[in-house]
Design a protein around this ligand. Sequence first.
Ligand code: ADP
Ligand code: MG
Length: 378
Amino acid sequence: MTSNEIGELFVERFAQMPTLVAAAPGRINLIGEHTDYNGGFVFPAAIDLGMLVAALPTQGPSEMYSKQTGEGAPFRANTVEKDECKSWSRYPAGMAWALREIGPLDDLLAVVDSDIPLGSGVSSSAALEMAFGVLWNHHCGLGIQPKELALLGQKCENGFVGVQSGIMDQMACAMGRAGCAMFLDTRSLEIRYAPIPDELSIVLCDTGKPRALTDSAYNERRSQCEEASCILGVPMLRDATLEMLEQSSAQMSDVIYRRARHLIPENARCLAFAGALERADFAELGRLMRQSHESLRDDYEVSCKELDAMSEAAWNSPGCVGARMTGAGFGGACVALARKESINEFCESMLAGYRAATGLVGEASACRAADGARIVEP
Ligand code: ADP
Ligand code: MG
């Protein structure tokens, strides 16, 4: 999809030319899963599966159309309140709600087109938030820096949409850099960009199984982590060590113990991954990704048989450096790092292995690390 095509779609819809176009990427997370609401480390990359939004300021209410999901409920950018907006346009409406504290907004006519799969753990929701964020920021001269925009996106998702997500998705979408993954400390919001070696491809391996139970299970995991940190006497699990966990294990249930036993080493794995990527130590990258998957499967219990089968199929395929589930879990996608020179064999073998194990048809997309959300020429 190009900005010309989104322009044509806009003209079809509204019989006027758009004056603004924004682009926003999806994201994968190489390692560091469920750590972002525990003050820990994550290692995402924005990818070249992305979203375009064409827009034109209007006097009337904001009206939105998505090529993927159709018409959204109209809303007034300066007055819309939570619960008023039920359709997918609650994401742009929520961004308006978060942004208007900085300055008054114009309403927008807008058209969305995206090749980020919805609800597969590649963060289509953050892309939608950041695309509208950069549109309003640019058009209304709000002067918001990308990091602050990411925080406002999280505020939208937490306070308006009602999903208690961490900051990783919006930071990756707002601050991604072409060719690089980003080591992100979710407590300080400090980023270290890490070039992805030329000989590697990021492969998004979609199980085709929509996520289920995500919100309730996600919120349950969050409160289990809070319980664990409370017993361990630390502000967040980021601050705990495995020694502390062993010393206090008698004071907690087996479930709480295992949740912490995923999170504490997951932070260490994320740090180790940064070092291994720098040294191009592919064996270590693979080992860490596999450990992360197994820990999410056995201790954190957010995998499912499709994600397990997909990871397993990837591990057994030629050219695989590493693979694991990515995103919140319970369906969605795995992420793999594979050698570019064997990318076709890798994808073919991985999909065949997945199909043999589950009877399901998965999908593999080789991606490149991309830039964050931005205004593009209309
Ligand atoms: P994820 O962020 O992992 O893709 P979420 O459940 O957080 O999954 O967000 C998906 C929601 O975001 C969709 O249900 C829809 O409301 C909205 N969304 C994402 N992409 C689009 C799109 N192209 N058009 C309209 N709405 C979208
Ligand atoms: Mg999301």
